[in-house]
Design a protein around this ligand. Structure first.
Ligand code: C2E
Ligand code: CA
Ligand code: CA
Ligand code: CA
Length: 279
């Protein structure tokens, strides 16, 4: 009725205020997380389809918050990007990842590749190349053993400058992996123009390898196409033996997923490597 407050609007405004407040609190917490050692990396193994051996690990960020418990990156990466916190966080991730790789070396695992996720916001910084390179160089590990995973998303916007930065990293030996391939709006354009070593086929395709009859020839063709461009492939989110055998049959180079292992804290990595039997 006229003159009465609209409850739906009042409710909406309240929930927006709650949302804004929640975000503010989360931002403040995240800011402290970095300084208080609440961030940590989990590592998920990646296996070579031909040899069956572990070829490396992907570093995946976790936030162990005293208030919130273990927080998934899906819940805070966006906020970290919006606030710019992803820049110091990203540097920390690389530093921590390089230190992990150096510890693997000392334990006798000298040919592992460590993949690190890089946000487009990091890539946009003018000192991106120098700051990343400085960390890898100071860690004393071969730059060839570090791969940066870049997601298609917004890359196209400032394409020229970004691809130049990726080229400079590659010149120094580091690898560039195109993440979540097939989900962007211009995947094939990226393949044509970006300096990339490897393509990670998105989990959504792998999920459908068993159910959708069109997905089987599609994934087969993606792998063949990527190979014809002289690049390698990783399939992510492999959960079943059937998915694995189909991918192996298509010539996929490496697989990653719960079938091999979930992401694990560092203390589980050496025991995992010692016990892992190629399937
Ligand atoms: P992503 O780069 O696509 O990473 C793969 C995600 O799939 C990880 O989720 C991993 O735990 C999950 N996963 C792997 N195998 C399987 C499987 O067999 N089944 C299922 N259901 N899931 C699987 P996670 O760790 O929650 O990370 C989510 C996303 O957060 C990542 O997606 C990445 O985009 C982002 N992220 C993680 N760490 C970082 C980081 O250090 N920096 C940045 N910028 N982003 C990060
Ligand atoms: Ca990734
Ligand atoms: Ca991915
Ligand atoms: Ca993904």
């Amino acid at each position: 009725a006229k003159g009465q407050p609209d409850n739906r609007i009042a409710f909406f405004e309240q929930s927006m205020a709650d949302e804004a407040y929640r975000k503010l609190v989360l931002e403040e917490d995240l800011r402290h997380a970095l300084n208080n050692d609440e961030l940590l990396l989990y590592y998920q193994p990646i296996v070579d389809c031909v040899t069956g051996r572990v070829s490396g690990f992907e570093a995946l960020l976790r936030w162990n918050s005293p208030q919130l418990g273990m927080v998934s990156p899906l819940q805070f990466i966006r906020l970290a990007e919006e606030t710019g916190l992803i820049i110091p966080i990203g540097l920390w991730v690389l530093q921590e990842g390089c230190a992990f790789l150096a510890r693997l070396y000392r334990a006798g695992y000298v040919d592992m590749l460590l993949s690190v996720n890089v946000s487009i916001i990091q890539l946009l910084q003018s000192d991106f190349v120098e700051s990343m390179w400085a960390i890898v160089r100071d860690a004393g590990i071969p730059p060839e053993h570090i791969a940066f995973e870049i997601t298609e998303g917004l890359l196209m916007e400032t394409f020229e400058a970004n691809s130049e930065k990726l080229r400079l990293l590659r010149q120094r030996g580091m690898k560039i992996h195109l993440d979540d391939f097939g989900t962007g709006y211009s995947s094939l354009k990226y393949l044509q123009n970006l300096p990339v070593d490897l393509v990670k086929i998105d989990k959504s395709f792998i999920d459908e390898l068993e159910g959708n009859e069109h997905t089987v020839p599609l994934v087969d063709s993606i792998i063949a196409l990527v190979h014809r461009l002289g690049l390698q492939t990783v399939a992510e989110g492999v959960e079943t033996g059937l998915q694995h055998s189909r991918l192996a049959c298509f010539g996929c180079d490496r697989i990653q997923g719960y079938l091999i292992s979930r992401p694990m804290p560092e203390e589980q990595v050496l025991p995992f490597l010692k016990e892992y039997k190629p399937r």
